[in-house]
Design a protein around this ligand. Sequence first.
Ligand SMILES: Cc1cc2nc3c(=O)[nH]c(=O)nc-3n(C[C@H](O)[C@H](O)[C@H](O)COP(=O)(O)OP(=O)(O)OC[C@H]3O[C@@H](n4cnc5c(N)ncnc54)[C@H](O)[C@@H]3O)c2cc1C
Length: 390
Amino acid sequence: MDFAIPTDLQDLSARIGGFVRDEIIPLEKDPRWGSHGPSEDFRLELVSRARAKGLLASHVPVEFGGLGLGHFGRAIAFEAAGYSMLGPVALHCAAPDEGNMHLMAEVADQRQKERWLRPLASGESRSCFAMTEPMGAGSDPSLLQTVAEPVAGGYRISGRKWLITGAEDARFVIIMARLSSGERAGAATMFLADMDQPEIVLERQLDSMDSSFTGGHWVMRFDNLFVPEEDVLGAVGEGFRYAQVRLAPARLTHCMRWLGSAVRAQDIARDYATRRTAFGKTLAEHEGIGFMLADNDMDIHTARLAIWHAAWVLDQGHKGNMESSRAKVICSEAVWRVADRCVQILGGLGLTRDTVVERIFRDVRAFRVYDGPSEVHRWSLARRIAGGRG
Ligand SMILES: Cc1cc2nc3c(=O)[nH]c(=O)nc-3n(C[C@H](O)[C@H](O)[C@H](O)COP(=O)(O)OP(=O)(O)OC[C@H]3O[C@@H](n4cnc5c(N)ncnc54)[C@H](O)[C@@H]3O)c2cc1C
């Protein structure tokens, strides 16, 4: 077993780290980073900075302008990017675009890749992924209610989705819907559709705790939207299988980015704890604080190992469902504990927006819910373990 990071990835990590420190962190107080995420013009400015440094979309295949990193390479690059919550936005490796690019690289045909993936990969445009529904698909995707009715030349899609990240200003959407009739009636299928169509209605923007995703989160509706046959993503009836193609790596890349934020929070807390004194010594010298720094270090280390292992499994060509579920629970809960301890170490300062720790704390809470709540991953792990497949 060799834990050494290859030199090219070390170099990339150092370049991303330097870029985030020098060009992105100074912009964290920009008013264009609001409660619904960075505005689109701010995002484009961040992306153009990363493009100038040759750091854009490192996960994308080389033929589409990326660096073609594998999963382990992404673990190194995305952690470095996540040192600022704006880093993944700048490098165009934030959700949901990053997961959509991965899915399209895997299952889209050449025409679809040229039409949607290429401009997406360049950072010029954004996309969204519409699966979750108010009372339908959620933790249990089999409750999918949005329907696609087969008609001459294509499908008519109707249904309501919610919590759809980045729907505003997205150029296209990947829709998950269930066929209403025909040979594959009931089967889930993915569809590609441009967003600028009157049959796609953005009903309202949700006020959520988090604020790092461009465009925030939306309730949206498809009113009898026509999608031609050639815009089915991959094969008809394979929607749930493709969801796994997207979700296993996508939940892992969330872990990678949030790990970077946990490292940042720990750095800020350590810096404060070694400068601030109370009762005759620095805070770090008080066991109560020193132990919190140590617990943070162990949580970060454990999360990193779980990510690296799952990434390695994916790089071997395995599905990695169990490994990515495990890593997702370990990481989302570890990062949450780290953020909480950092707020505590900072005292009153931790509750203010004078440091980014307060924002990390608010943002990271959602990660225990999206891409599968902790309970659902535990439940799925438990079924595998009990079934002798663990
Ligand atoms: C910030 C954010 C961004 C999101 N972005 C997107 C997006 O871009 N596109 C998209 O399609 N969706 C998105 N989602 C939706 C997200 O994937 C869902 O919230 C998630 O899958 C959970 O579904 P739900 O909210 O319907 O919870 P529910 O299914 O209602 O579950 C509620 C709770 O029940 C518990 N539970 C459920 N099943 C089990 C079980 N088997 N055992 C024990 N407990 C269980 C869990 O604690 C769970 O948190 C986003 C969500 C958030 C919060």
